[in-house]
Design a protein around this ligand. Structure first.
Ligand SMILES: Cc1cc2nc3c(=O)[nH]c(=O)nc-3n(C[C@H](O)[C@H](O)[C@H](O)COP(=O)(O)OP(=O)(O)OC[C@H]3O[C@@H](n4cnc5c(N)ncnc54)[C@H](O)[C@@H]3O)c2cc1C
Ligand code: SF4
Length: 342
């Protein structure tokens, strides 16, 4: 048992004050990840700062016609929010593909961004892991690595980021709003998470003394030609082996704008702007999609058990682009099959 203190933050400024005063403290929101990490002795915070009473649970329109989502909005409320369902169904679909209804009821927008990897060695304190204990080694390289990354890996870590929601947010050009002692700043979602490099213990570019207050979405949501395709071992309650978020704008059979992000393949949601640029201006055909997939995967490599992911990702990209172009997103099927309809 690790002893830790507990304090409730009264407002955002108080939360920042408390985390600045005690760098070993951690915020707790829905608690669906941080409590597990404490129980497994992976996280040892000096105290938990409860932020659940802060006024960060609203979804509001922004002046430019986009959406601001408070960091404490539960994943379920967000997925079923009328504005999100109608204007950003890609996001709704990605959220509903994750976890279970009960977990989504507890999990928050901010917590989802900062959930830690599901690499089993990270949770097993009897094994070396550079993310848990820098410098100790990586048990997954040369170990059992079926779930692990094929893109952006380093010799120090091949873990993946487990979020579904973040993959859709990356494709939608979302931004993360954070507040710290120096004030508020906005970070592009695609710059929020980090590749492992030689500091795999650091997952994101959020500073230790900052709190996430909101996510902002620009107006464009690709409400008709989108898909979130998640390939996993079971149809629900399983993390992605590979997932693909797609938003397309098509005019007269030609792609005007393509958005493409992958989950389950890297230490962060993997958005490839070179592949997107290549797709733009080409006919919305299987040949174009296959070329796009080749570009995304040009530097992909497996580590043994996860070699199959390279081909799986290639096929998933082509299928997701095809579904989006045909206006037949995976999401409608997902909502029925996973039993997520309230
Ligand atoms: C069995 C299981 C299956 C799951 N399956 C999936 C899945 O398929 N797909 C998927 O995407 N997710 C899945 N999840 C993960 C789940 O979505 C996350 O645990 C959840 O989103 C975390 O949110 P939370 O509010 O509970 O975070 P917490 O556990 O409260 O916090 C997580 C981390 O975020 C920090 N934090 C929280 N809020 C803030 C904030 N506002 N500012 C700064 N720091 C903050 C905390 O300090 C902590 O470090 C699964 C979880 C479980 C347990
Ligand atoms: S892949 Fe990363 S998280 Fe997993 S054992 Fe290696 S260093 Fe640890």
């Amino acid at each position: 048992m690790n002893n830790f203190g507990y304090a409730r933050a009264t407002d955002v400024a108080d939360a920042v004050r408390q985390i600045t005063a005690d760098p070993e403290a951690k915020f707790i929101a829905g608690g669906t990840n941080i409590i597990d990490l404490i129980k497994e002795h992976v996280a040892r915070p000096s105290r938990l700062i409860d932020i659940t009473h802060l006024p960060l649970n609203r979804v509001e329109e922004t002046e430019d016609g986009g959406l601001r989502i408070g960091a404490l909005v539960p994943n379920s409320d967000l997925a079923w929010h009328p504005q999100v369902e109608a204007r950003y169904p890609l996001l709704a679909s990605a959220i509903l593909a994750g976890a279970s209804q009960q977990l989504r009821n507890m999990a928050t927008t901010g917590g989802n961004l900062l959930q830690r990897t599901r690499c089993f060695y990270f949770y097993d304190t009897s094994t070396p892991c550079n993310k848990r204990e820098p410098g100790s080694g990586c048990s997954a390289i040369g170990g059992i690595n079926r779930m692990h990354a094929i893109l952006g890996t380093s010799e120090h870590c091949i873990a993946t980021h487990p979020s579904d929601m973040c993959v859709a947010l990356a494709a939608l050009d979302a931004r993360v709003l954070a507040t710290g002692p120096a004030g508020e700043r906005s970070i592009a979602l695609t710059d929020f998470h980090r590749l492992p490099g030689d500091t795999p213990q650091i997952d994101s570019n959020l500073r230790a003394d900052e709190i996430i207050t909101a996510i902002e979405l620009p107006p464009k949501g690709f409400p008709r030609t989108y898909t979130y395709l998640k390939i996993r071992d079971r149809l629900s309650y399983a993390f992605a082996l590979v997932s693909v978020a797609v938003g397309l704008e098509i005019e007269g059979g030609t792609i005007r704008e393509a958005r493409l992000a992958l989950g389950g393949v890297a230490h962060k949601p993997w958005r490839d702007r070179e592949a997107e640029a290549e797709l733009n201006g080409t006919p919305a055909t299987r040949e174009s999609f296959a070329r796009g997939a080749d570009t995304v995967l040009r530097s992909a490599r497996g580590f043994g058990h996860n070699d199959f992911k390279v081909e799986l990702a290639r096929r998933a990209i082509v299928r997701a682009l095809t579904q989006a172009a045909e206006g037949k997103p995976q999401s409608q099927a997902d909502k029925r099959v996973s039993g997520s309809v309230p």
